[in-house]
Each structure stands twice: as C-alpha cells, then as structure tokens.
Ligand binder design. Structure first.
Ligand SMILES: Cc1ncc(COP(=O)(O)O)c(C=O)c1O
Length: 419
C-alpha cells in the first residue's frame, strides 16, 4: 500500500473521462467538450495589457511579498466591498494565491489540526475533499436537500453531523456541481449555527491537540467553528438569483472567503485567486503556509488579475449575459432529451442533470457511452461524491450556443441508439 498521505485519495475522477476523450481525439473524432466548468471567453483586454506592461518594463523577475502585490491587495479589497458588499474589506485582510484551490489549502492548514472534522455539503467539489484528507482531517459529508426544484442546506442533517471535532464548515455558493445559490436567510442561519457551535471542541480535545482557550479569552480562534466560503463563481449568477457572501451579512470573525479569477474573468490558466480573512493576524498566520507552498502567487498572474479588476464594470455584465445565453441554450436542448432531467442552475457554469434511464449501470457508464458514441464530454456525477451518483454534470460556460445546440442533437441521437 502506498505509504503517504495520498494513499486514501482517488485520482481526480475527471481524469478518466479526459483520458478517453484524448484517445478519441487522437483517432480524429471531433468532440464537444461540456466537461470543463469554466467561462470559455477571452479574458479582459486590460488583463493582457497589464501582463505586456510587466514583460516590457520589468528587468528582474523576483518574488513579491507573500500576501501579494500591494496594489492588487487594495484592488481586491475594493472589489470585495463594491461588488460583494463586504463593507469592511481592507487590503491587509487579502492574500493572493494560486487560485481558490490554494486559498482553500492555506485556510485549511491554518485553522485545523490533524483529526479535525470538516463538513462538506454533498454533492461536493471533489478537490475540497482531497485537500481535507491531505491535511489529515476527516471530511464529513452532509447531503444537500432537494425540494421544489432546488438544492438547499438541510439544517437538521447538518446539526446531526456536528461533533466535538468539527472545526470547519465549507459553503460553496454558487455551487459546483449543483449550480445552487445560497440565499441570505440560509447564510444567516449557517453563520449563526457556526457561532453557537464555536465551543464544541471541548477541553479534553483542546488539551489533546495542545490548545488552551484561556491563553486568549477574547479571540476564540482556538475553538472557533470556521466557515470557509468558496465564492469561486461569485458574480456568475442568473437573476433573480444573486450571490450573497457570508462576510457581507454576518459578523465575520470566523468567516474565510475564497475567491478566484479563473471563472469570472476567464483567467483559469493564470492560476490566480485570493483568500480574505477575518483580520490581518489571520493573514499573517496563513503566510506560513503560503511561504512553504509558493512564497507568493505568480507576479505576472497578479498583473493579469489587476487588469481584470480594472475592467470589472464592463467585462462582467457582458460575460454574464453571454453565460445566460449559453445556459438557456443548454436548458432548452436538455428539455427534449429523454434520458436526462436537468436541474435549473441559479449560478456557476454548469448544469447537473438526473439520469432517468435504467439502461446504464452508473453515471460513469452513461458519460463514457455518450462520449464513445457521440463524442460529447460530460462529467459523471459520481465524481462529486456518492450523492452525485445517478447524475451527470454538463458545462455550458465553455461553448457558444450553436455548439451547445449541436451537443443537444448528439445527446438525442445517443438516446435513440441506446434506449
Ligand atoms: C467550487 C470551486 N472552487 C474552486 C475551484 C478552483 O478554482 P481556481 O481555479 O481558482 O483554483 C473550482 C474549479 O472548478 C470550483 O468549482
């Protein structure tokens, strides 16, 4: 058996489907990729201009301070306050990272001890589970409830899942793979639940992991139940749904916000995102992780992010309009499919659809057959944990409406050939 921490982690599940897609492409098949959950639009022009300026005017390409370029920390803080209503956002609470994924690892390593439990709503974004396991913590899945056509948190299930070792609850809104958007009421209830359960880590456990709350009676970080809010798809919502950050409406002393430039600004290749902590001390603490992993986020990528933020007011509304056109075309294509029942997304770049035919053994078999027969790439719901089984995720963000319509025709041909 493999001796290290990676032992209990599967290979990223999308990799199997991608390997098959690669093989088919090698044989000359023309595929339609509804697999990748990205916004397939060119990034803001200003982002690229900033990178050009950097390349033209910078002689030595050194590190920048661990938390990021001061100008970008400032610009991110004003983005958080103007676009996400986080009124007290300050640059000293922002850290730039290699995407929201690294921001998650920074936060997790800073606030947990091995053996701590981390609550993840399911179906979940699988990289969160990998990171939790790598940190030596235990992911505790809490299935989202589904009623009246939408997913929401089942607070009864959540309360049952809390234990004295619960250290973090992870909220992803807009959600991947569900496309759900948590509303203000749900978020307030969640924040209140975290606040009330702060002290669940009882003294026995605290002493086991070497903590003593009395050392700092005012800031109870040692016993806090943290809320990590992954807001990777923040502005990619479909009215009347709108993104609400817990940091905008709840007291923020135990809330950590993760953000990304990958989706909203089409900058996934640049691996740039951020962490927004409850105070500057938190950022100082996470610098220990940042320095060990990457020292700082790549400076050219930070320049791209700075340019993107300069264009946010014009770029994002246009990107969202195009995203809605893409979403509508996929929803309308799926309406006439007999084997898939789409769940309307309120945000993000993909749709989760229930497989309604018993012909396939599981979601992987469905996705594999669709790819082999008709060349449409989707992601089996089982990639997002056991609660995603029986579903497939189809991303609309990466393709224009005309290609999405073609994908719909291919799915219908597939249905005719196999059911
Ligand atoms: C919920 C969620 N968080 C984080 C990420 C990764 O974001 P980044 O590219 O900023 O690391 C993704 C990418 O699919 C995601 O869906």
């Amino acid at each position: 058996m493999w001796p290290g921490r990676t032992r209990n982690i599967q290979r990223p599940p999308i990799a199997k489907i991608n390997a098959l897609a690669h093989e088919l492409e090698g044989k000359g098949r023309r595929l339609i990729n509804l697999g990748q959950a990205v916004l397939g639009l060119p990034p803001p022009k200003r982002a690229l201009q900033r990178v050009h300026q950097y390349l033209e005017n910078t002689e030595t390409h050194g590190y920048c301070p661990d938390p990021g370029l001061p100008t970008l920390r400032e610009a991110t803080a004003s983005f958080l306050s103007s676009k996400k209503n986080i009124k007290d956002a300050t640059a000293s609470r922002v850290m730039l990272t290699c995407g929201a994924n690294q921001a998650f690892v920074n936060a997790l390593l800073a606030v947990t001890m091995p053996g701590d439990e981390v609550i993840i709503f399911a179906p979940y974004y699988f990289d969160h589970v990998f990171a939790v396991k790598l940190a030596g913590c235990k992911p505790v899945e809490v299935e989202l409830a589904f009623s009246e056509g939408r997913y929401h948190i089942d607070f009864t299930r959540l309360k049952k899942a809390l234990s004295p070792r619960t250290r973090v609850v992870v909220l992803v809104s807009p959600g991947n793979p569900t496309g759900r958007v948590a509303d203000a009421e749900e978020i307030k209830t969640l924040c209140e639940l975290c606040r009330r359960n702060d002290l669940r880590a009882d003294s026995r456990i605290r002493s086991q992991v070497g903590m003593d709350r009395r050392t700092n009676p005012e800031v109870n970080f040692e016993s806090a139940l943290w809320l990590i809010s992954d807001e990777t798809y923040d502005l990619l919502t479909f009215p009347p749904a709108a993104h609400v950050s817990p940091a905008a409406i709840c007291p923020t002393e135990r809330t950590i916000v993760l953000g990304s430039f990958s989706k909203t600004f089409g900058l996934a290749a640049w691996r740039i995102g951020y962490l927004y902590g409850p105070n500057p001390e938190f950022i100082e603490e996470t610098i220990k992780v940042q320095d060990a992993l990457v020292v700082c986020a790549p400076v050219p990528s930070q320049m791209a992010a700075l340019g993107a933020l300069e264009e946010v007011d014009t770029y994002v509304p246009e990107a969202v309009s195009e995203l809605i056109r893409r979403k509508d075309s996929l929803m309308s294509a799926l309406k006439s499919c007999r084997t898939l029942e789409a769940i309307e997304p309120h945000g993000s770049t993909s749709v989760l659809a229930r497989i309604t035919t018993p012909v396939f053994e599981d979601a992987f078999a469905y996705s594999r057959s669709l790819l082999q027969n008709q060349g449409v790439i989707t992601v089996p719901g089982s990639a997002f944990g056991p609660h995603g089984e029986g579903h497939v995720r189809l991303s609309f963000g990466n393709q224009p409406p005309s290609v999405i319509a073609q994908a719909g025709e291919r799915i219908r041909s597939f249905e005719n050939s196999c059911t």
